[in-house]
Design a protein around this ligand. Structure first.
Ligand code: SDX
Length: 429
């Protein structure tokens, strides 16, 4: 028997709505007919209780600290797969066999170069421009170069755009870093793996040969896996909303990058490291925690808390392990910030302010420490996040395009402004 929910209206009438069930997770009340039948809207700023779409890509159980990509636990994917296998999974719904993987890797590898005129975009920026400002601009401009993959109704166009974006983001992120450093751009090398290629484009200099460290490459590849998708977060919702108007894929991904930049979202890893630098020493943790608890201070424990996870973010656990491995490999296991972060985490998780609000470390708490140890500067952290999240944005964008239920996103409002009034001549105002 179909489930339903009954709404009791202010005028005493009742109205039923269908209740829909997914394969797992909360049911939803289908209220699409609400305004047409009752003349009232729902009110849900920040979408705390709103499902914006149906999706088959990523599932999060915030209470249990569960994260599944196409049904596979993130803990297993992070250990048994590499990032391009996870890209294939997110885009196509299944893990690739060896032949499928080889073909996919070859397609990505052969799209890693960017049009050489894109180099000129960088010279228009100040050297000290924030790399995210550069990335938003350059990714948005890609639609000016690739006219043969802009027809979003054409699956082949969508597929080519997906390969281009996944393949070129590492090249563009590395270019943003090199430009900021005043060093020459490093072209991709097709004999290298995706992540080894990125590290070489970031850190190689013409003055000497660059040797990849496979432990560090594996660590960064895992960081990409952990950041690849996360259901309907703010930047993914931005990409879906942009795509619902028919905007081209490059413009949609640029919109996602812009949204990710915020410190409450993808900018939190940069903010978390700056927070640790600010605290400076374990002896200062108590004073800082006191500030966080003081609502008037506006100070938050960056890298803590999450809209969905009300338990430990499974990505944070994996990130902490990766952090330990990298610091061990680099002989930095006495790293001051790592020890400070672990002490801060321990104190916070024993403090009722955080426990009562179910505030746990999220993916951003340790990622900054790992990236800093890998030689990636703080200002580049959110670019790394954007690089990894591009595949998730594309997978969600693709799903939205082919969803028969999808329409242009156009929320309504609770209007609390002035009611109708007449304009007076300026000498009467
Ligand atoms: C990401 O959505 C995603 O999936 C995002 C992401 C992804 O992969 O796409 O997971 C990536 O964005 C991770 C989150 C990174 N952001 C941060 O680490 C910034 C610090 N965190 C907070 O800004 C906050 O926790 C949010 C924004 C992440 C979530 O905010 P919510 O869900 O709106 O929760 P809230 O602000 O209503 O907080 C509930 C309570 C409040 O206190 P009370 O009003 O009940 O007294 O908890 C407090 C908040 O003040 N609180 C914090 C806190 N986070 C929430 N207090 C101190 N430090 C914090 N970090």
């Amino acid at each position: 028997m179909d489930k339903k929910a009954t709404l009791k209206l202010p005028d005493g009438g009742n109205i039923d709505f269908p209740v829909l069930s997914g394969s797992v997770g909360p049911d939803v009340v289908d209220i699409r007919a609400l305004y047409g039948k009752t003349g009232v809207f729902t009110y849900d700023p920040g979408f705390l209780s709103t499902a914006s779409c149906a999706s088959t890509i990523t599932y999060i159980d915030g209470d249990q600290g569960v994260l599944l990509y196409r049904g596979y636990p993130i803990e297993q994917l992070a250990v048994h797969c590499d990032f391009l296998e996870v890209c294939y999974l997110l885009l196509k719904g299944e893990l690739p066999n060896q032949k499928q993987k080889d073909e996919f890797v070859s397609m990505v590898t052969n799209h890693t170069m960017v049009h050489d005129q894109i180099n000129r975009f960088f010279t228009g920026f100040r050297r000290d421009a924030h790399p995210m400002a550069v990335l938003v601009g350059v990714v948005g401009a890609l639609s000016a170069f690739y006219h043969d993959s802009l027809d979003i109704s054409d699956q082949r166009h969508r597929e080519v755009a997906a390969f281009r974006l996944i393949a070129k983001l590492p090249t563009l992120v590395a270019m943003a870093y090199k430009y900021n450093m005043g060093q020459p751009f490093v072209y991709p090398r097709n004999e290298l793996s995706y992540t080894a290629n990125f590290m070489r484009m970031m850190f190689a200099v013409p003055a000497e040969d660059y040797r990849t460290n496979e432990v560090l490459v594996r660590a960064l590849d895992r960081i990409f896996i952990l950041h690849a998708d996360h259901e309907q977060n703010a930047s993914t919702s931005t990409v879906r909303l942009s795509g619902s108007s028919g905007a081209n894929p490059f413009a949609c991904i640029a919109a996602g990058i812009a949204c990710l930049w915020g410190p409450a979202h993808g900018g939190a890893n940069e903010a978390a490291l700056q927070m640790l630098d600010h605290i400076g020493d374990v002896s200062k943790i108590g004073e800082f925690i006191k500030q966080v608890k003081d609502k008037n201070s506006g100070v938050k424990l960056m890298g803590f808390g999450h809209r969905v996870y009300k338990n430990y973010d499974p990505r944070a656990k994996l990130m902490r392990e990766t952090c330990y491995e990298v610091l061990e490999e680099l002989g930095l296991n006495n790293d001051r910030l790592f020890k400070l972060a672990m002490a801060l985490e321990k104190i916070a998780l024993e403090d009722d302010y955080f426990v009562s609000r179910k505030l746990y470390p999220n993916v951003d708490f340790y990622s900054g420490i790992v990236q800093r140890a890998l030689g990636i500067p703080v200002s580049m952290f959110t670019c790394i996040f954007a690089l990894a999240r591009t595949v998730g944005w594309i997978a969600q964008w693709n799903e939205m395009i082919v969803d028969p239920d999808q329409k242009i996103g156009r929320p309504r409002q609770l209007y609390k402004g002035a009611t109708r009034r007449d304009v007076l001549p300026i000498d009467k105002r």
